[in-house]
Design a protein around this ligand. Structure first.
Ligand code: PLP
Length: 428
């Protein structure tokens, strides 16, 4: 494949945009080489600026669960745009999508729309702190909740009492209120809670982790977190930016039958436009301005184009709930095909999967937390990534990302993907 035009576009971009990209992982830093520039996409395929076509397993990092340029979403946005693109006044469609989201997701009475998953998680934590009148939060190593300061934290030397910033610009003062726990390790979380008794406002978690590969909770981890939170008056926040409206109509709460106190959304809920949201029962949501004391606002929040896209997307998912099991079946099919191809060529691997999320780790051991995910062979991944690209399959340019399946994928596409893995495996 030729990437000439992408290369020259990237050179131009680098002059005026830091690293040539507006979000770091797009730059191919983890895999080397030059990023390909997308030109258009439809259904399961994305086309680049050089005219190459790829079967797409990123799907804009999750939102396009029904495929790219899904007609009802595109039509809704076009129709809305003709009536004005933003007012800074309430609009009827905001209530419409709120009602629908609340009817689909268990355990929430009210929802507030924002512009990104980052904003949703940041606001959820502020709300939890305001509501509980406590300062500290617990997050899990390897879980991503956007780029706001409180989440850019690494385990510090005194990890049990405070974290340290993992980006310059995040202050020690912020880091001291974020504690880092191990995913799937309830003893570790309990220890953190015990060591900081009465100080923890909330525990925030990706109920199925998707930002260190796909790592489902094991041994009733979510149920145990729920019990721990109840015991210590801690709010449990499910960051369902990735899993919401993807794993089930009601997300991970429905799938695992565990109630969270606050739920964060993004990605699918915006149908490909910039949308985030957070939701909870009345008691908590009424704590937000203008009803309550916790401040949160946004000039473009609830933007009509974004709401139109999100509403069209949720309506489709709500009307055809077989989509979730259909996607899970396709993912299982892909899993078995890829596993066989890798086995046939004696490539050490572990595949994790939940619903329409799947990840391949190039190491033989079980991957159940950040440490085990980090041990996988990154050199093998790089070769795999570039090999797949050459075969016309676009996966995320980082070993720590999940693949997202969309409903537009046909079994022929899946077979073509498995075939690509067979070819690429020969050189791993
Ligand atoms: C993508 C993601 C975010 C951040 O959302 P943005 O829209 O990129 O700000 C937060 N949490 C999770 C779990 C995510 O996958």
């Amino acid at each position: 494949m030729l990437y000439q035009r992408s290369s020259s576009l990237f050179k131009e971009a680098e002059k005026v945009i830091p690293g040539g990209v507006n979000s770091p992982v797009r730059a191919f830093g983890a895999v080397g080489g030059t990023p390909i520039f997308a030109k258009s996409a439809k259904g399961a395929y994305v086309h680049d600026e050089d005219g190459n076509r790829y079967i797409d397993y990123i799907n804009s990092w999750g939102p396009m669960i029904l495929g790219h340029a899904f007609d009802p979403v595109v039509d809704a946005v076009i129709e809305k745009a003709k009536q004005g693109t933003s007012f800074g006044m309430p609009t009827a469609i905001e209530t419409e999508i709120a009602e629908l989201a609340i009817s689909m997701v268990p355990n929430i009475d009210k929802i507030r729309f924002v512009n990104s998953g980052t904003e949703a998680c940041m606001s959820a934590v502020r709300l939890a702190r305001g509501f509980t009148k406590k300062d500290k939060i617990i997050k899990f190593a390897g879980c991503y909740h956007g780029h706001s300061d409180a989440f850019l934290i690494a385990a510090g030397s005194g990890a049990i009492t405070f974290g340290t910033p993992n980006s310059p610009g995040v202050t020690q003062g912020t880091a001291k209120d974020t504690l880092l726990a191990k995913f799937n390790d309830i003893a570790n979380v309990t220890q953190l809670v015990e060591a900081n008794k009465g100080e923890i406002a909330c525990i925030i978690i990706e109920p199925v982790a998707g930002n260190m590969g796909c790592i489902p909770p094991k041994d009733n981890f979510l149920q145990k977190l729920r019990a721990l939170c109840d015991q210590h008056d801690i709010l449990l926040i499910f960051d369902e930016v990735m899993t919401g409206f993807r794993l089930a109509a009601g997300g991970a709460q429905e799938l695992y039958n565990v109630n969270a106190d606050i739920v964060c959304f993004g990605k699918v809920i915006g149908g490909g436009l910039p949308v985030g949201a957070f939701a909870a029962r009345n008691e908590i949501m009424n704590y937000l301005a203008p009803l309550g004391p916790v401040y949160q606002a946004g000039t473009l929040s609830g933007n009509p184009l974004a709401m139109a896209a999100g509403l069209a997307m949720l309506q489709h998912l709500n009307n055809d709930r077989t989509v979730f099991s259909r996607l899970a079946e396709k993912t299982e099919y892909l899993h078995h095909g890829i596993a066989k191809a890798l086995q046939d060529h004696k490539v050490k691997h572990t595949i994790n999967r939940m619903g329409s999320m799947i990840s391949i780790h190039f190491e033989g051991h079980e991957v159940h937390d950040f440490e085990t995910a980090a041990k996988a062979n990154n050199e093998t991944f790089k070769k795999f990534f570039h090999g797949m690209l050459k075969e016309g399959v676009y996966i995320a340019p980082s070993a720590f990302e999940t693949w997202f399946l969309c409903d537009a994928l046909s079994y022929d596409d899946l077979d073509a993907t498995i075939k690509a893995v067979e070819i690429v495996s020969k050189d791993l």
